[in-house]
Design a protein around this ligand. Structure first.
Ligand code: NAD
Length: 488
């Protein structure tokens, strides 16, 4: 209800510091029970144009603020999100179906992401350049500075409707840019609540604009607009590819999909590995880009580990995401459930063994584990984005590493986001960090670990660039070289 009342007052699109009415409206429904949880505007090309114009004006205002003031605004926004923890968690639960415990954790992470961004505002420094070391430049002195880009276009996915928005908005403002944000059509309400937070924090008008609506109708005009200097996108590889094609020579930062996994060897602490792989496999119904989709187990521990893993997966509390006891809630919509069930069905037809799950009630898919799979099966080599985990075994550690790499690129994409490695053998752990062809290797953690201050991102089809405020501000600024010719 809080959300509905906010929407009634906010009138839809945030453009130039005001809530503006939209040409048409969409209902936002709960993935759990289909209840209407909000109403948002559907922007058209005119509203996208107005948002970019407002952002150009907003850029002049933000770029004119001293770093200390940008840092203060971001600290204030972080504090306001913390004050409204319950309200944000309720919005995430309502529109994304994320279980309460994960929704609350996402809010806490967003508070941290904005705080980290505030610190980066004061760290945007360049370096002196010893030009007198260059032939013929003995009387020149030089340095470089970092300058903001201008208008940043941000397009975000449904699965972290708050924290992944903060990973774009926070660093963009810290760097002195303005933003036009297009949140996911399934989960726009949380982003609008964040817009309200920034208004109350005192952000200059036009510094943050939010246009809601379907991806092709709202996201694409934003991507094609040459006044937008950077498109920062998190979402599927397919849409990432479209954005890359449509943005021409302009800069893009892409955080895309993957089929991440974990390798567990015979020296690992099995209890700890089990807990982390279970959380990685089924948290938010596997709708996480660093979902632990594939398990590679040493043959010496495979039977015991699989037996315990399946036992625990079967016992996970599934149900209403608003219930604090729920561990696995609904998937985002019926189409996503059907696609996941189809992946499981086709795997079983191809000879895979279904150890648990493979069923669904409405949008709730039960935790599913499949054994006797191979790298070419789509349930292994494509991104499943569902509570589905596959199990394969290896006889020696190095073949486990090779199997993981093979499964990353055996499908229609060449993924490389994250892998967890559970071992007590230091040499093996080091080898894993060198050989796993991913952007993130986590020793004694599942792929699903992420700290918001760390550089985070994929390689190859899993993305370009790195998020984490310190790293995002680099992508969101240009280096400007300055030279002084002192004459003879
Ligand atoms: P999606 O690609 O379907 O949508 C992402 C965003 O793009 C949405 O806002 C959507 O409206 C917009 N969009 C869709 N079509 C568009 C178009 N033609 N032009 C411009 N914008 C368009 O992704 P999703 O289903 O919301 O999220 C799931 C995907 O996101 C998964 O593949 C997941 O792995 C990925 N993801 C990656 C990371 C990461 O950090 N690497 C994090 C979270 C999610």
């Amino acid at each position: 209800m809080l959300i509905l009342s906010l929407m009634e007052h906010s009138a839809g699109l945030l453009i130039g510091g005001e809530w503006r009415t939209a040409p048409s409206w969409s209902e936002v429904r709960s993935p759990w029970d289909s209840a209407v949880v909000g109403r948002v505007g559907r922007a058209g090309p005119e509203q996208v144009d107005a948002a970019v114009r407002a952002a150009e004006h907003g850029f002049d205002l933000v770029a004119g603020l001293p770093a200390a003031e940008r840092a203060r605004l971001l600290r204030r926004a972080s504090a306001l999100v913390a004050e409204r923890r319950e309200r944000f968690a309720a919005a995430i639960i309502a529109e994304s179906g994320k279980p309460r415990r994960h929704a609350a954790a996402e809010v806490d992470r967003a508070v941290e992401t904005l705080r980290l961004s505030s610190e980066e505002a004061g760290r945007l420094h360049g370096e002196t350049v010893p030009l007198d070391a260059a032939p013929g430049s003995a009387r020149r002195r030089g340095y470089f500075i970092r300058v903001p880009l201008g208008v940043v276009g941000a397009i975000t996915p449904f699965n972290f409707p708050l924290n992944l928005v903060c990973h774009k908005v926070g660093p963009a403002l810290a760097a002195g840019n303005s933003i036009v944000l297009k949140p996911a059509s399934a989960t726009p309400l949380t982003a609008l609540l964040l817009g309200q937070v920034f208004i109350e924090a005192g952000l200059p008008p036009g510094a943050l604009n939010i246009v809601t609506g379907p991806g092709p109708a709202v996201g694409l005009p934003l991507v094609r607009d040459i006044r937008v200097r950077l498109i920062t996108f998190t979402g599927s590889a397919a849409v990432g590819e479209t954005i890359r094609t449509e943005s021409g020579l302009r800069r893009t930062a892409l955080e895309l999909g993957a089929n991440c996994g974990a390798i567990v060897d015979e020296t690992a602490d099995l209890d700890a590995a089990l807990e982390r792989c279970l959380a990685g496999g089924f948290a938010y119904s596997g709708q996480v880009c660093i979902h632990t989709q594939r398990l590679y187990l040493h043959t010496a521990i495979a039977d015991e580990f699989t037996r315990r893993f399946v036992e625990r997966a079967r016992a996970l509390a599934c149900g209403d995401p608003a219930d604090p006891a729920t561990e696995v809630g609904p998937m985002i919509n019926r189409a996503a459930v059907e696609a996941a069930l189809e992946l499981v069905r086709s795997a079983v037809e191809a000879g895979a063994e279904l150890l648990c799950g493979g069923t669904a009630e409405n949008n709730l898919m039960h935790p599913t584990v499949l054994a006797r799979v191979g790298p070419e099966l789509p349930v292994v080599c494509e991104e499943t984005f569902a509570p589905v985990v596959t199990v394969e075994t290896f006889k020696d550690f190095d073949s486990g590493l090779a199997m993981f790499n093979r499964g990353s690129s055996a499908g229609t994409r060449d993924y490389g986001l994250a892998c967890g490695v559970f071992t007590s053998d230091l040499n093996r752990a080091f080898r894993a960090t060198e050989r796993l062809a991913v952007g993130n290797v986590y020793v004694n953690d599942s792929a699903t670990f992420r700290a918001d201050l760390a550089p985070y991102g994929g390689v190859r089809d899993s993305g370009t660039g790195r998020e984490g405020p310190r790293f995002a501000v680099e992508q969101m600024t240009d280096i400007r070289m300055v030279s002084f010719n002192l004459g003879d």
